[in-house]
Ligand binder design. Sequence first.
Ligand SMILES: [Mg+2]
Length: 152
Amino acid sequence: MTVAAYDLDGVLAAPVPASFFTKPWRHMSGVERSQRANRLLEWYATAPLLHVPTERSFHVITARKEEVRSVTQRWLEKQFGKRVLSVCMLSVGRTVKNVVEFKAASLRRLGVTDFTEDNRTIVRALRRQDLRCRVWHYVGGRQVLDYEPGFL
Ligand SMILES: [Mg+2]
């Protein structure tokens, strides 16, 4: 049986525009930080739909923080209704290491067989984990299973 899970930003939802991140967080004033937070919330509420899964139901595993769970769940419900089984969100700092560990643990816990992710670094790192899960790279609007030659 297939248990599907999808990354959110850059897969189900259009990625947050790069223009949102021109200035590093540590160089921003308090006002600039709260402006960015508000722009992000607005984006999360209205982000264009990117990919519609073919599975009847699926999990969402995202490195968005728990703080934005309600806006995230409202968007998912609007797009997919009751098709979303669960939403796993990050509760620690968003480093590559933390994101890989969080996504790997979520995939194991949920028994996911097929995960789709757009970030190539995360895709490669997850494929190196001992997971019983195919990790699909979402690129150019397609899910690609481009494991390195000799991987298995
Ligand atoms: Mg993504």
